[in-house]
Write a protein that binds this ligand. Structure first.
Ligand code: F3S
Length: 69
């Protein structure tokens, strides 16, 4: 339960649907083109782990990657 998760947006896949930003606003920032990028270095705070998985599962392009850091 002490694992650290890191989230990442694959820029080759992201098409700017922004569901990630709606579901987990602290974890993503949108650029000028509307594409999402992980906030900071992508480390997911423990309190936001559920939101991270929710965002990943709701991205229509499957552009969100979650890895154990
Ligand atoms: Fe991009 Fe998927 Fe978010 S397409 S903007 S990572 S919902």
């Amino acid at each position: 339960a002490s694992e650290t998760l890191k989230i990442h947006v694959d820029q080759d896949k992201c098409q700017g649907h922004a569901r990630c930003k709606a579901l987990a606003p602290e974890l993503f920032e949108l650029d000028d083109y509307g594409n999402a990028h992980e906030t900071g270095d992508g480390t997911v705070p423990t309190a936001l782990i559920d939101q991270a998985w929710l965002a990943k599962s709701n991205c229509p392009e499957n552009a969100i990657v979650i890895d154990e850091a």
